[in-house]
Design a binder for this molecule. Structure first.
Ligand SMILES: [Mg+2]
Ligand SMILES: [Zn+2]
Length: 336
């Protein structure tokens, strides 16, 4: 890596000589800066304020392994160097290969050496820094910010099982749509292969969730109670054929109500995320309407459009097209 702030020890010694002649105060601060966090940034800002030139003494990968074990470093030396070099408060970076900075400090002889509060005044650097007329500055350590805390948080987040979902539109996806709305149980006809497709989906590791606009309620064509009966019937038939539906979300509103749930708005998806802790980016949405494609894309879900391709004037495209639900299930179970 070619970085203007990165210097070898002999280079930095020459640079320091010039600065010291000009009466500038040299500040040093050492560490591994493995996963850069807010605690580091605040510490570096404070360190820079102690003088004119801030030199970061950065542990090499090898020296980190020696004192933190083989799990570290997480970020390689070059990445750590480049990230530090991006910080305005950092003037120079010198890497060193020991598990403590005593030798390099004895050569640089800083005016101020900064240290975290963990060892406070009795830090091992004190005698070598003071021997050359320098001072130790103890930084106000930011509680709660540490690489080990970050790693603990990451591990606990990843130890929870991840929930993925397959969201399905209803009319035109699971059942045959009607111009005059599916108003009652007698109107409900499963699309060809839909029950079989739902059975296959139930064997994959996904929640199965239906997301459907039912503006027939808002338009006063049928009552919410009738919709519930239709959904009971649908769920029962799916169950009888070996499938499963984990949840059904519907928007009962009239398009003019300007609600947050009617697709292509994504309110119903967000409600499902809250209820089931779903990771949308690993989930799927299958629907037959362009509203479904827009909603899926806006919700960052992998989207499959059933039936014909989109009209050319629409800019948003689904991830896949599929002729019917069975074909869509094949796409999902192949990709995983
Ligand atoms: Mg539909
Ligand atoms: Zn709504």
């Amino acid at each position: 890596m070619n970085n203007k702030k990165n210097k070898t020890l002999s280079q930095i010694l020459r640079i320091i000589k010039v600065f010291k002649k000009q009466g500038k105060k040299i500040v040093t601060y050492n560490g591994s800066f493995d996963i850069l966090h807010l605690g580091h940034l605040k510490a570096i800002k404070e360190a820079k304020k102690q003088g004119d030139i801030l030199i970061i003494l950065l542990n090499t990968d090898e020296s980190i392994r020696m004192y933190k074990g083989l799990h570290h470093p997480i970020n390689q030396e070059n990445s750590r160097l480049e990230m530090l070099a991006c910080l305005d408060d950092v003037d120079y970076i010198v890497t060193f290969d020991d598990i403590n900075p005593l030798e390099i400090l004895s050569k640089i002889q800083p005016n101020i050496h900064c240290n975290g509060s963990d060892w406070g005044k009795s830090c091992i650097e004190r005698s070598v820094v003071e021997k050359h007329g320098g001072k130790i500055h103890i930084l106000n350590w930011q509680n709660g910010f540490s690489t080990s805390n970050l790693i603990k948080n990451i591990l606990s987040a990843y130890s929870r099982p991840e929930v993925k979902a397959i969201f399905l539109d209803r009319d035109g996806t699971i059942n045959i749509p009607r111009k005059d709305y599916v108003q009652k149980v007698d109107h409900f006809r499963f699309a060809t292969g839909a029950l079989n497709a739902l059975k296959k989906l139930s064997q994959a590791d996904y929640k199965i969730i239906i997301i459907t606009n039912q503006s027939g309620i808002g338009r006063k064509v049928f009552k919410e109670n009738e919709l519930k009966k239709i959904h009971q019937y649908m769920a029962l038939e799916v169950k009888k054929s070996g499938g499963r539906i984990d949840a059904i979300y519907y928007c009962p509103h009239h398009p003019n109500d300007n609600c947050n749930c009617r697709k292509p708005k994504i309110g119903m998806f967000l409600k499902a995320v809250k209820d089931f802790n779903i990771n949308l980016s690993k989930s799927w949405f299958i629907g037959d309407d362009q509203k479904d494609v827009v909603a899926g894309r806006y919700a960052n879900i992998k989207t499959i459009k059933l039936g014909e391709k989109m009209p050319a004037h629409l800019k948003l495209k689904p991830n896949y097209y599929a002729k019917n639900l069975i074909k869509a299930v094949k796409i999902i179970t192949n990709e995983k």
